[in-house]
Design a protein around this ligand. Sequence first.
Ligand code: NAD
Ligand code: ZN
Length: 379
Amino acid sequence: MKAVVYNGPKDVSVNTIDDPKIEKPTDVIIRVTTTNICGSDLHMYDGRTSFEKGRVFGHENLGEVIEVGAAVDRIKKGDRVCMPFNVGCGFCENCERGLTAFCLTTNPGTAGAAYGFAEMGPWQGGQAELMRVPYADFNCLKLPEDAEEKEDDYVMLSDIFPTGWHGVEMSGFLPGESIAIYGAGPVGLMAAHSAQIRGASQIFVVDSHDDRLKLAEAMGAIPIDMRKGDPAQQILDATGGRGTDRGVEAVGYQCCDRHGKERSNYTMNCLVKSTKATGGIGVVGVFVPEDPNAPDDLQKEGKIAFDFGNFWFKGQKIGTGQCNVKHYNRRLMNLIEHGRANPAQIISHRLPLDQAPDAYKHFDERDGGWTKVLLKPGT
Ligand code: NAD
Ligand code: ZN
């Protein structure tokens, strides 16, 4: 089969590799019909991680079940399914509590597993014609009748829609409150969409790219252009000095180059500043632990020295971590099915798998208009 393979920093190609096989009776094989490129793929693509050469990318996957292991009961051949990016077992003490991003079985000794990801287990990604899904009864979300018609909405259930929702959730948001979202990438835009659906009174979205800020505005958010000065101060000015009730970090340690060595703590300090005293902050942007062997300076240091004193003094609360996608995705699927959510509105490109190398390049360089890329194997 054809698959998008990592060759080294900023180098991917579409190679022919062996088809995946049923390895355990709880597996299924999926014919992938849509698989997205995510901002999280850029951590690997840019060479910031220990992602091994030859690994297949892709953790935002949707497709049709074509082969079913002997112990798979609920999922049937022909089902159209979307896979949460977290690989869970369903029976460890974390999965039991719905904390599938921290499964203790699928990536033993660490926290959590994902398809096509560095340091998150051996699972191959779905940017390919076929993929293997373990513990399939647990890891496949069976889609409704309109699965094909709304495929580009439903594929967002694999990651960014639940992740944006999770950021809002972890901030402690309540209907009628205001919220500031840092980052208008796909995740930040999905946080804005979630806040809109959940009844926010005001939504501010910070970024420095016109096309992304325009999308945020079209969703009902107030765009904050960080090129025009300190974004936290702009939000304070717009709220009469009070700040917002809630804040979401949807950028992560890579931040933007303009902040140089400070970049890893820049958004955290902004959030502490623009969130009101006693407010809450949800951090879904990825920050990485210290790793002396990592290729990237930031990851070598690992430390995020944000202003904890101001955070403490303001009595703020914080939530962090990977999204437990399964905890949300059935309910978010219902919102899509009944026309209450349309996450596909942020898609900029639908491309055949063969065009993945070019798509990675444009998305990585944040070229104007490259917001969310869907790869369509088989087209
Ligand atoms: P992205 O790289 O497309 O978007 C990031 C955006 O942040 C860009 O538009 C960029 O211009 C903007 N930005 C950079 N510096 C900024 C700053 N200082 N202030 C405001 N905006 C700034 O990525 P994405 O796909 O939207 O993902 C965002 C983050 O969320 C990444 O770190 C990704 O790994 C992470 N993520 C986390 C989870 C999770 O489960 N927690 C899931 C998916 C993605
Ligand atoms: Zn993703």
